[in-house]
Each structure stands twice: as structure tokens, then as C-alpha cells.
Design a protein around this ligand. Structure first.
Ligand code: HEC
Length: 622
């Protein structure tokens, strides 16, 4: 559950996984209507981190939904009945939509994801009233031999093409705009945050290097025409799965005595950027986490001073920040009252390397990275170091001084988005499975409640008759968090829920959590080392996006399966018998022998981790 609700005229609108939208009476919680776009379960396979939905938009009596399968749907806000629907991408390609649509001045803007699978990023604007297309902006060049696309981005594609080489278009190139766009009504500019390259490893995408515009950039386009106005690229030579799709926040800040109209972003690469939103010039950029990628931003050239050691090679090395992000889609918040920005920061380490040229294969409809997943004793040791360094905290950051104001530490990464209010409070779902309220000026904890699961979504606040309410979606999942599945006793997460709070509320008792399920002892390991290594590589390529690096974390821990799941393994993995739960079959790209190898690898991983006493579950009362 990743979405933040909308509140309009007494009604609270929410969206859950599979894009199911529900309207509630804001006071009583009574359901007014539900709209289910009935997305086919097969689409889960093309959404890197689950069939999540990060929000909906509203305009003049309508609610807008970006469905996972690429439909942009307008429904009547009063009745929940569909008014119009358009398909925003070719359903044959590996795109999906998890980010929210946004409406600016009668124009609905929608992006997509899919760079992990191999697509070319673009954003499309539609007329909010009719669903007619207004403009489209491609974020990376296509095959130059094909000529212009006939779209709003045509005039800047020659500039972008110069920064690429090789045959990137065969792999799509990437740069998908999968989460944040923001609008400045005075400047009439829409700011688009673009994602990672496809495939991830630049060596395979653009072998002679190059900036690869407009990967990991912010692009400002005119709202009426979709024409380019400026861009700022945060990550030239993108090859770390860094994305600049993270929330963009607009503010007016006084910097060196001058009031500046800025936009702020804390993307995956660990730097906090303050950018002049009229010109695109970077005003300042500082890393808010330990950073092996770059030491600083050169304010004269606007470019990062990249640590040469961080470029990917065949030799595995420790990296931070990583694909797992110093901060990702979780809403960050700026309080004009304190002058601080609040975000869910994390120190996530990974071991990174690329595969040898002869081992790079591109498979349609599979995550295609070029990263190496092969292990060795040295690599396992580095991985142990990586795991031991994970951290997560609520970070209060001063964007003018570019320095930390305070932090609230958590035992793991994985806490949620942050709301700050004019009442000087911060509201955040914590990885401790609580909802916490802190003072916004100093981080002192004011209140906390056990909520059985984590709210990774951003909370929101609304008012009815002078009373303030706070609404939050609770629900764990999405991007894998390493360390949390090594916790002892094992952490159990409650079900997804929308919860609404107010001062003096009568209160609701949550139903008790079921007793923790025992961790079944893994089957005996019988496979050969060769088969296990084959399975490791296939797992890394095909399964790790959802089931976590080295099969820890993600949507479901598949190291410790029940005997039934072991018995059904090939039916689940190849035939997709659990597709209604989001586990679609991979028969088209895996053979039975491949599934057997992955199974062997998982059994090996289970035996490896089960031996570790710290992994034993809390004792269960018989
Ligand atoms: C797009 C995300 C996604 C990908 C990729 C994915 N899975 Fe899954 N998988 C899921 C989800 C979601 C579930 C949970 C279904 C449920 O709750 O029963 C699941 C469940 C499973 C289960 C059942 C576990 C159990 O204990 O019941 C197995 C086995 C499994 N996956 C294996 C794999 C393998 C092997 C791969 C790679 C070939 C893979 N999955 C790739 C999303 C994914």
C-alpha cells in the first residue's frame, strides 16, 4: 500500500494495490463506492516491485487512475462510474504504471515504469475532460535511423542522441518517469523526474560511455505544448540503477539573502539538490548519507565529481548508495514553519559488478540489468559487510545550509513517507510497525501507536468542521529491504489497512495478530554446486526484483517455504498457479531445468541461513 489519499468535499478517496479506488465518507469511514479496473494478474510481472499504486488525481468532479496495464481512466467522483479510458502505451511492450497521474490546468499527465525490463521512457498529457492526447515527451532518443517521432520532444532529441552510442534503442534505453511530476502554475512548467538506464549497466547500453541524456534528470517542459525548456542531469553515465523520479518539492527559500524559487529533490544517489526552478541551474547539492558514488557537486559545471572507483567493472565491490536507494518514492515534506525538509533516509549497501560481455543476454519481458549475481567466497564476505551497515532514519534536513538538523534512528531501513503540518508535527509510519508523531522543530516523540504493520505510504491530513484528521495507508511490501528478514525474532507484518486518526477519537481495537508461523526446516541439500550456481544466476536475473537480493526480503521470503510450496514449486514458478496473488508463471522464459536450479539455489540459501541461530523464530506456544 503506497498511496496517499485525496480529500475533496467531505470525501476521502483512496487507491490500493491493483488500482482499486474507494471513496469513503471522511467523517464516518462509510464506503460510498469502489471502482475496480480489473487489471489482469499477468501485469504484476512487469512491475518491478509489486502491483502497487502510488496515488490518484482529481479535477472538476472526476478522479483519474493510472492502471498498472497502462490505462488512464477518468471516473465520476460522485458515483465511481467510468467516464473515459485511454491506453497510454502499447500493451506488447514491457511498460507498467505504478505512479500517480497528475492534473495541471485541465491537462492530465501520466508516465510509466519499465526501464528494468527494457523500454524507452516517455510522458503523455491528455485533455482532462475528453481524454484526447495533447502531447508526448520522450526522455531518451530512439533509433536515429527511424527519424523524428512526431512528438513534443523532437527538437531536443538530436542534442540527447549525441550523448549516446552503440545500439541502445534495441534495449529501450530507459529513463522512465515512474513517479514524480510537479507543476509550477506561474511558470507554466511541468517538472519530470526520469529514471535509470535500460539495461542498467552502461557498458551494454552505450559502450563508449556518454552522459546518456535524459537519464536520471529533471526535465522542465511547457504544460501546453510539452516542449523542452531546461534539464538538469543528476547522474551522467547512469549505471547504478539510480533514479531521479523521487518526490520533487517546490519552495521559496531565502539563500544568501535572496528569495529563490527552487525545486528540491533527494534522489536515490544520496545527494540533496536545490535547483532554481526557472532556469534549471543547480544552486547546491550535498550528500545526506555516506557516499561512495560522488564526493561533491561542482557548482560551476553542475556535474557530480564521481569517484572513479564507483564505475562498474567485472570485480565485485561494495557500493553505497545503491539501487536500493538513499531515499526513494516515499513522500518527503517541507515545512515552511521550520524551514526543514523531512525524508525517510537509508544507508543501503550492495555488492556490485557487471557480467562478462559473453554472458550478457537480453530477454524480452524479463528484468535485464547486466549486473552480475554470481557469488564467490570473497563476494559473500563483502555481502556480509554490506548487510551489517544498513541503517534507516527520519532525516530533518536544512535545505539552505545543506546540513542535517536532526534525525530519528530506526533499527532498519524501510520506514514510510512523512507528513509535516502547520501544527509543528511530523507523522510517519515506522519500520517498528508503529505510527509515530514527532515535533517538527526538534524531533521529540509526542505519540506512538502499535499498528501491526508498517505504513510505507505518506500520511495526509484533512479537516471537517474544524476537526483535523490524519489518514494513512498501512501495508508492507514493495522494494526489498535486506536486513529486516534477518531480524530475530522474525518480524511479522499485519494486513494492509487504511486507518484514520483524530484527537479525542473513541478508538478502534485492531484484531489480534495471528501467532507467528514457524519457520519450516529446509529440505536436505542434494544438488551439485554447478546447479546451485546456475540457479543463483537465474534467481538474480528473474526473481530478485521481487523476492530480494539473495532471496531475503521483498514480497515474500522464499527461503523457508512450506512442504506444500516445495512440492508445488514448478507449478508456481512455471505455470503461475498463484497468479491471482501476484506470482505469475515464467514458462515463457524458464525451462523446467531452470526452475529446478532456482529451487536448488533457494534450498541452499535456506540451509545456509537456517544454520544461523539468530535466525530462529520466537518460540511458539503449543
Ligand atoms: C513481479 C514480482 C515477482 C517476481 C518477479 C517473482 N515473484 Fe514469486 N511471488 C510474488 C508474489 C507477490 C508472491 C506471493 C504470492 C502469495 O502471497 O502467495 C510470490 C510467491 C512465490 C512463491 C510461493 C512461496 C510460498 O511460500 O508460498 C514461490 C515459490 C515463488 N514466488 C518463486 C518465484 C521464483 C522462483 C521467481 C523467479 C523465477 C519469482 N517467484 C519471481 C511475486 C514475484
Amino acid at each position: 500500500m503506497q498511496a496517499t489519499q485525496l480529500f475533496i468535499d467531505g470525501v476521502l478517496y483512496n487507491v490500493s494495490v491493483w488500482n482499486v479506488v474507494t471513496a469513503y465518507d471522511g467523517r464516518s469511514g462509510k464506503v460510498l463506492w469502489t471502482f475496480d479496473p480489473k487489471v489482469a494478474p499477468e501485469w504484476a510481472r512487469l512491475a518491478c516491485c509489486g502491483p502497487s499504486a502510488r496515488g490518484i488525481a482529481a479535477w472538476k468532479g472526476r478522479i483519474y487512475i493510472g492502471a498498472l496495464d497502462g490505462r488512464l481512466i477518468a471516473v465520476d467522483a460522485r458515483t465511481g462510474r467510468q467516464v473515459w479510458s485511454v491506453q497510454t502505451f502499447d500493451r506488447k511492450d514491457a511498460y507498467s504504471i505504478t505512479g500517480p497521474p497528475r492534473v495541471f490546468d485541465g491537462v492530465v499527465v501520466i508516465g510509466n515504469g519499465g526501464a528494468d525490463y527494457g523500454v524507452r521512457g516517455f510522458v503523455t498529457a491528455y485533455d482532462a475532460a475528453t481524454g484526447r492526447k495533447r502531447w508526448r515527451f520522450y526522455t531518451v532518443p530512439g533509433n536515429p535511423a527511424r527519424g523524428p517521432d512526431g512528438e513534443a520532444s523532437d527538437n531536443v532529441m538530436p542534442m540527447a542522441t549525441k550523448t549516446w552510442n552503440g545500439e541502445w534503442w534495441k534495449y529501450g534505453g530507459g529513463g522512465t518517469v515512474w513517479d514524480s511530476f510537479v507543476y509550477d502554475p506561474k511558470l507554466r512548467l511541468v517538472y519530470l523526474g526520469t529514471g535509470n538506464g535500460a539495461p542498467h549497466v552502461q557498458h551494454f547500453r552505450s559502450p563508449a560511455g556518454g552522459d546518456n541524456l535524459f537519464l536520471c534528470s529533471i526535465i522542465a517542459v511547457n504544460v501546453d505544448t510539452g516542449k523542452y525548456v531546461w534539464h538538469y542531469q543528476m547522474v551522467p553515465n547512469e549505471q547504478w540503477d539510480f533514479t531521479c523520479t523521487q518526490p520533487i518539492v517546490l519552495a521559496d527559500l531565502t539563500i544568501d539573502g535572496v528569495e529563490r524559487q527552487v525545486l528540491m529533490q533527494a534522489p536515490k544517489n544520496g545527494f540533496f539538490y536545490v535547483i532554481d526552478r526557472k532556469t534549471g541551474k543547480v544552486i547546491s547539492g550535498k550528500s545526506y548519507v555516506p557516499n561512495l558514488w560522488a564526493s561533491e557537486i561542482d557548482l560551476v559545471t553542475g556535474k557530480p565529481v564521481v569517484n572513479p572507483e564507483s564505475y562498474l567493472t567485472l570485480t565485485p565491490k561494495l557500493m553505497t548508495p545503491t539501487a536500493l536507494a538513499a531515499h526513494t518514492w516515499h513522500p518527503m515534506s517541507y515545512s515552511p514553519r521550520t524551514g526543514l525538509v523531512y525524508l525517510s533516509a537509508q544507508e543501503q549497501w550492495m555488492v556490485m559488478a557487471r557480467v562478462k560481455d559473453e554472458d550478457f543476454t537480453w530477454v524480452f519481458h524479463r528484468s535485464n540489468s547486466g549486473f552480475s549475481y554470481a557469488s564467490s567466497p570473497e563476494r559473500r564476505e563483502l555481502q556480509r559487510i554490506a548487510d551489517s551497515r544498513e541503517k534507516g532514519y527520519l532525516l530533518a534536513w536544512d535545505p539552505v545550509k545543506q546540513q542535517e538538523a536532526f534525525r530519528v534512528n530506526y533499527p532498519y531501513p524501510g520506514s514510510g513517507g512523512i507528513l509535516s503540518t502547520a501544527g509543528n508535527i511530523l507523522v510517519q509510519g515506522t519500520v517498528n510497525r508503529t505510527l509515530a508523531v514527532y515535533r517538527a522543530d526538534n524531533g521529540r516523540k509526542l505519540w506512538e501507536m502499535d499498528t501491526q504493520t508498517v505504513a510505507i505510504a505518506g500520511p495526509m491530513s484533512y479537516e471537517i468542521d474544524g476537526e483535523q484528521y490524519i489518514a494513512v495507508n498501512f501495508g508492507w511490501g514493495g522494494s526489498p529491504v535486506h536486513g529486516i528478514d534477518a531480524a530475530s525474532p522474525r518480524i511479522q507484518f499485519g494486513p494492509g489497512r487504511l486507518m484514520v486518526f483524530k484527537l479525542g477519537a473513541k478508538g478502534v481495537n485492531l484484531p489480534p495478530m495471528p501467532p507467528p508461523s514457524p519457520v519450516p526446516a529446509p529440505p536436505r541439500l542434494t544438488a551439485t554446486e554447478d546447479i546451485i550456481r546456475k540457479g543463483e544466476k537465474l534467481f538474480g536475473e528473474t526473481c530478485s526484483r521481487c523476492h530480494g537480493e539473495r532471496a531475503r526480503g521483498g514480497v515474500k521470503d522464499i527461503r523457508f517455504m512450506t512442504p506444500e510450496a516445495h512440492a508445488q514449486f514448478n507449478a508456481i514458478v512455471l505455470d503461475g498457479v498463484r497468479k491471482d496473488k501476484g506470482m505469475v508463471g515464467f514458462k515463457d522464459i524458464l525451462k523446467p531445468a531452470d526452475a529446478d536450479a532456482i529451487h536448488a539455489y533457494l534450498i541452499a540459501r535456506a540451509n545456509e541461513d537456517f544454520k544461523d541461530e539468530s535466525f530462529a523464530p520466537a518460540p511458539i506456544a503449543k
